[in-house]
Design a protein around this ligand. Structure first.
Ligand SMILES: [Zn+2]
Ligand SMILES: [Zn+2]
Length: 421
C-alpha cells in the first residue's frame, strides 16, 4: 500500500480540484479522501505538488527493434517516466516495421521486462508502411496495438486510407496520420518562408500538411472512422480540424511542445531544430496556442524521436528529422501555456490525460477503483534540462541547457513509484 499525503488532486474526468490524500493498494486507487489514515502504508509526501491521473504520450519513437544505438524500449521507457509519462504509444517505423502480431508481441515483452512506463504499440496501417497493401491489423489488435499509423510518412493514397479506415472502424481502432503531401514536401528540410530563403535551405509550404489533413478529414467523413492528426503544426490544418469537430466528425489532433514553443526563425543551421513537420511560422505557433486554449487540440504529444549523436552531427540538409521530448514536455507546457496565463492548470492536465485517452477510445480518471497510474508534479520546481543527463540514449534536443519552473516529481505505474525526482 502507498499513501500519497498532502497533495492537490486534479482530475479532469470528474472536475475534482481539492486537497486530498490518495491510497493505492494492489495496483488500484483504493481511496481518495481528506486525511486518510493507513498505518501500514508507505507514505509519499506530496505537499506542494499536483496529484494527477497518469500522463499518456500518444506519439513517440522507441527505435527498437532496429536502431538500438539511438534508443531501446528500456531506455525510452525510463526517459518517459522521468517526463511524468505512465504510458507511451510507440510508432511502428522500426526495423522491422511493426506491421504484424509477432513484432507487436516482442515490443510488449521488452516493455514488460523494462517495467517502467507502459508501452502501447501503434501498428502500421500498410505492410512495411510502404503504402501498398494493408498490414495485419486485426492480428495486431489481438496482440495489443492501440491505434494504426504509417508515421514517418502519410498513408500513401486516399484509396488506401479509405480501406484502412473501413477496416479500423470495424475493429474500433483510431487511424493516426502523419499528414504530408509528398509532392509539396519533396526534398524539403524546413518550413518554406522568408527564413528558409535567407538560409538557402529547401522549404515545404504549410500546405504540404494541410492539403493532406483535408484529404483525411473528408475520408473520415466518408468512412465514419475516428481520425487523429499527428503533430499538427499549421494554422490551416487546425482550422480544418475545428470545422470537422463542428460538423460532428470523430476527428482529433495533437500538438508537440516544440511546435508550440519554437518557430522557423529559430532554426539557423542547428540540426537540433530539424524535425518533421518542421517548425512553423510565428502565426502558426499563435494558432496552436489558441487551439490548446479553446479545446480544438485534444492532446500534447512529444513525437520523441531519438537519433544517436553521429546521425545528427552532419550538415543540416543531411541530418534526420526529429528531437527527443519526454523529459521537457511538461515543463515546456507549463512555461508556454500555464505560467503565461493562457490556460488553467486543469486544462493542461486534460491535455496529458483524458485528452489522449479519448483519442484512443479509452478512459483516464483518478478515482476509486481506477488503475494506480499517477503523475505527481510541481508547478514551480526550478531546474535546468541537461541533455547529457537524459535517460534517453540520444541527446538531440534544442532545449539543452534551458531552465524551467515546474517538473514531474514522482511517476507511479501500477501502484509502484517508478520515478522520483
Ligand atoms: Zn510523423
Ligand atoms: Zn513521429
Amino acid at each position: 500500500m502507498l499513501l500519497i499525503k498532502n497533495g492537490r488532486v486534479l482530475d479532469p474526468a470528474s472536475g475534482t480540484d481539492a486537497a486530498m490524500d490518495v491510497l493505492l493498494d494492489a495496483g488500484r486507487v483504493a481511496k481518495i479522501a481528506p486525511e486518510i489514515s493507513a498505518p501500514s502504508a508507505e507514505v509519499l509526501d506530496a505537499r506542494g505538488w499536483i496529484v494527477a491521473p497518469g500522463f499518456i504520450d500518444l506519439h513517440c519513437h522507441l527505435r527498437e527493434p532496429g536502431d538500438e544505438n539511438s534508443e531501446t524500449i528500456a531506455t525510452g521507457a525510463r526517459a518517459a517516466v522521468r517526463g511524468g509519462f505512465t504510458a507511451v504509444c510507440c510508432m511502428p517505423n522500426t526495423q522491422p516495421v511493426n506491421d504484424n502480431a509477432s513484432v507487436t508481441r516482442a515490443i510488449l515483452e521488452r516493455a514488460a521486462a523494462a517495467d517502467q512506463a507502459r508501452v502501447w504499440p501503434i501498428g502500421a496501417a500498410s505492410a512495411g508502411s510502404k503504402g501498398e497493401s494493408l498490414a495485419e491489423i486485426a492480428a495486431m489488435k489481438q496482440a495489443g496495438i492501440v491505434a494504426v499509423s504509417d508515421d514517418g510518412r502519410p498513408i500513401a493514397s486516399a484509396n488506401l486510407l479509405r480501406q484502412v479506415m473501413d477496416y479500423c472502424r470495424a475493429l474500433g481502432l483510431t487511424v493516426v496520420d502523419h499528414c504530408e503531401d509528398a509532392s509539396l514536401a519533396a526534398g524539403a528540410v524546413m518550413r518554406e518562408g522568408p527564413t528558409s530563403a535567407r538560409l538557402g535551405l529547401r522549404g515545404m509550404p504549410a500546405a504540404a500538411e494541410s492539403v493532406c489533413v483535408a484529404r483525411d478529414v473528408q475520408t473520415a467523413g466518408l468512412t465514419g472512422c475516428p481520425l487523429h492528426i499527428a503533430h499538427l503544426s499549421a494554422r490551416a490544418s487546425l482550422d480544418l480540424v475545428r470545422a470537422a469537430k463542428r460538423d460532428g466528425l470523430a476527428v482529433t489532433c495533437e500538438v508537440t511542445p516544440h511546435h508550440f514553443t519554437l518557430i522557423d526563425e529559430d532554426v539557423r543551421y542547428d540540426t537540433r531544430y530539424k524535425m518533421n513537420p518542421p517548425l512553423g511560422s510565428r502565426e502558426d505557433r499563435q494558432a496552436l496556442l489558441n487551439g490548446l486554449a479553446d479545446g480544438t487540440v485534444d492532446a500534447i504529444a512529444t513525437d520523441h524521436a531519438p537519433h544517436e549523436l553521429a546521425l545528427k552531427d552532419v550538415e543540416f540538409d543531411r541530418a534526420p528529422f526529429g528531437i527527443i521530448g519526454f523529459e521537457t514536455a511538461l515543463a515546456l507546457a507549463l512555461e508556454q501555456i500555464v505560467h503565461s496565463g493562457r490556460i488553467p492548470l486543469m486544462r493542461l492536465v486534460e491535455l496529458f490525460t483524458t485528452g489522449p485517452a479519448r483519442v484512443l477510445g479509452r478512459e483516464r480518471r483518478l478515482a476509486e477503483g481506477a488503475p494506480a497510474d499517477l503523475t505527481l508534479f510541481s508547478t514551480n520546481h526550478a531546474w535546468t534540462f541537461h541533455a547529457e543527463e537524459s535517460a534517453s540514449k540520444s541527446r538531440n534536443s534544442p532545449f539543452d541547457g534551458r531552465s524551467f519552473r515546474g517538473a514531474p516529481m514522482a511517476t507511479i505505474v501500477g501502484g509502484r513509484v517508478v520515478y522520483k525526482r
